[in-house]
Design a protein around this ligand. Structure first.
Ligand SMILES: *[C@@H]1O[C@H](CO)[C@@H](O)[C@H](O)[C@H]1NC(C)=O
Ligand SMILES: *[C@@H]1O[C@H](CO)[C@@H](O)[C@H](O)[C@H]1NC(C)=O
Ligand SMILES: *[C@@H]1O[C@H](CO)[C@@H](O)[C@H](O)[C@H]1NC(C)=O
Ligand SMILES: *[C@@H]1O[C@H](CO)[C@@H](O)[C@H](O)[C@H]1NC(C)=O
Length: 510
């Protein structure tokens, strides 16, 4: 129960943070850093001849770096200056102060030697796609900073790039459109011209792939390679397939498998899709992962319903109808949620801040944004709480049931069918997803990086554990033997042993 309270607390904090970021006066890319500037006595700042009143300066405790990665830094003053909404001029970003260049060897800014020119002009691409020569310092306001720790100068032979009139950088061969958060300009010596010219620097996309992403991808693929045989076994064996709970389980496993496959695909290909296919893949992934969660809630409901009805029997035709209703609910609800996410993403009425971000910079939800990730972790948390409540309810019921006058055999098969499956699933998905949500909450703090490794390990192990718990059971293996080797099935007497051991395990862990 404490876990649930903790989760609720985290959810409250995260939504509070999402609201707080909403109060910022303008997007980060429109702000300039004032930490190296001295305010006047009245608190105003002067930035490149722009007087910024005290009221328009606010303290930021983070910086955005390449592709909007948020890095927490000590609080420093920034003001909204760029763009027509503020002072008319758009901003460009310089890597270093004017008169300096960025040295890629020493990874620092250095003064341009006296005998070399200090560039002030460059060609940009105007709105009519014409190249035009402008004075950078007159045309734009400049910001100063690096997009990441080790930016690289774009190659003038391999990359076709242009600075546009709104100060963004277009790299045609990568189909990339970067704002000032993700690039900077530095003077660079051009041997053929014998001049310093402005060259853009940005960060290599490939090396940005983090260790944890790689681990996560291979973990999911490992899971998938165990989930597929689990599904196959359940579909193959009539005895398993006919049971309503196993049908629900199969749907859950199928959704999870497709979801994991899509996320792995996105991670492996590193968003080399165009916008439309990237979005479609992202939405399909969202649909199936959401469906996996909804199927979990269906399973919980089914167990709860069974207890309430005290139906200790197998159901046959009645169950088929119920399964149809469940299917409609699960696939339909996931479709509805996907539709909401699509609408939010495409709608003009929703502020960018609250959009899920599927297909914009990543094909998947932009989990660097609190608000975006709530589309995923929000519903999941609710379903998790629902499963936890079911779990507690069923456990309590079970203790009371000890005194009921049903036969021991009935009790045993009932436990086998209901409780064991619930305990297993709750352990598996509960712990995995709780870890996932927690690691999402602490993702901006490097000191918690270990947490991600742990989460990814949990994800990786999930499919393996499902395989062990649902396939490597004596009942299933003997059914498999019977099917393929023609051996007869022995009685179910070993199930009770397993039931006891699973229960004692569950009481230890929860
Ligand atoms: C603050 O002082 C500066 C310089 O003395 C002046 O230019 C500016 O107008 C003043 N701002 C306010 C709001 O009084
Ligand atoms: C300060 O902010 C106000 C309100 O956002 C805006 O109307 C005004 O133009 C800003 N002034 C300056 C100098 O940035
Ligand atoms: C960059 O820094 C290195 C090491 O400090 C130095 O040897 C090199 O000359 C610098 N490059 C330029 C172009 O000044
Ligand atoms: C700045 O960021 C906002 C939100 O992330 C984006 O909508 C806007 O296009 C960016 N500005 C520029 C000039 O690219």
């Amino acid at each position: 129960m404490t876990r649930i309270i903790f989760l609720l607390l985290l959810l409250a904090i995260s939504s509070a943070l999402a609201i707080r970021t909403g109060k910022e006066k303008c997007p980060f890319n429109d702000t300039v850093d004032l930490s190296n500037y001295m305010p006047y006595d009245n608190g105003s700042y002067s930035y490149q001849n722009i007087i910024i009143p005290k009221a328009n300066v606010s303290i930021y405790e983070y910086r955005l770096e390449f592709l909007d990665i948020r890095r927490p830094v000590p609080g420093h003053p920034r003001a909204c200056v760029c763009g027509p909404r503020h002072h008319g001029k758009y901003c460009i970003k310089l890597c270093c102060e004017p008169g300096e260049f960025y040295n890629e060897t020493s990874l620092s800014c250095m003064e341009i030697p006296r005998y070399q020119n200090v560039p002030s002009e460059m060609t940009i691409m105007a709105e009519d796609y014409e190249q035009k020569l402008v004075n950078v310092f007159q045309k734009f306001t400049y910001q100063v900073g690096l997009p990441c720790d080790k930016p690289k100068v774009l190659s003038s032979d391999l990359d076709t790039w242009d600075i546009l009139e709104d100060g963004t950088l277009m790299i045609s061969n990568y189909d990339a459109h970067l704002d000032t958060v993700s690039y900077c300009l530095t003077p660079k010596w051009d041997d053929s011209l014998n001049l310093n010219v402005f060259m853009p620097m940005s960060c290599p996309m490939k090396s940005e792939v983090q260790f944890s992403t790689i681990l996560n991808t291979y973990g999911m693929l490992l899971s998938v390679s165990f989930l597929v045989p689990t599904i196959a076994v359940h579909l193959l064996l009539k005895e398993l397939r006919e049971n309503l709970k196993n049908k629900i389980l199969i749907c859950y496993l199928l959704s999870l498998t497709v979801g994991y496959l899509i996320i792995s695909l996105i991670n492996i290909t590193q968003a080399r899709f165009d916008f439309v296919s990237c979005s479609i893949i992202g939405y399909i992934g969202y649909y199936f992962l959401m469906a996996a969660f909804v199927w979990i809630s269906v399973l919980c409901f089914e167990l709860w319903y069974n207890f309430k009805a005290q139906s200790y029997e197998f159901c046959t035709s009645r169950c088929l109808r119920r399964f149809k209703i469940y299917s409609m609910y699960a696939w339909g609800l996931s479709a509805l949620m996907t539709a909401i996410v699509v609408w939010t993403q495409l709608s003009d009425y929703v502020d960018d801040l609250y959009k899920p971000g599927i297909g914009i910079k990543v094909c998947w939800l932009d989990t660097r944004k609190w608000s975006a990730a709530l589309y995923f972790y929000g519903p999941n948390t609710i379903i998790l709480i629902f499963s936890a409540i079911t779990f507690v309810y069923v456990t309590m019921k079970m203790y009371r049931m000890r005194c009921d006058s049903i036969t021991k055999i009935q009790k045993q098969s009932f436990f086998q069918e209901n409780v064991v499956i619930l305990v297993r699933l709750f352990l598996l998905m509960g712990i995995t997803w709780i870890m996932d949500i927690l690691s999402f909450c602490v993702r901006n703090y490097p000191q918690f990086d270990m947490f991600f490794v742990l989460t990814d390990f949990c994800n990786a192990i999930q499919g393996v554990l499902i395989f062990i718990l649902f396939v490597m059971r004596r009942k299933v293996t003997s059914l498999l033997k019977a099917k393929f080797l023609g051996k007869t099935v022995k009685g179910n007497c070993d199930d009770s042993i397993q039931f006891h051991s699973t229960l004692s395990m569950s009481t230890k862990v929860t």
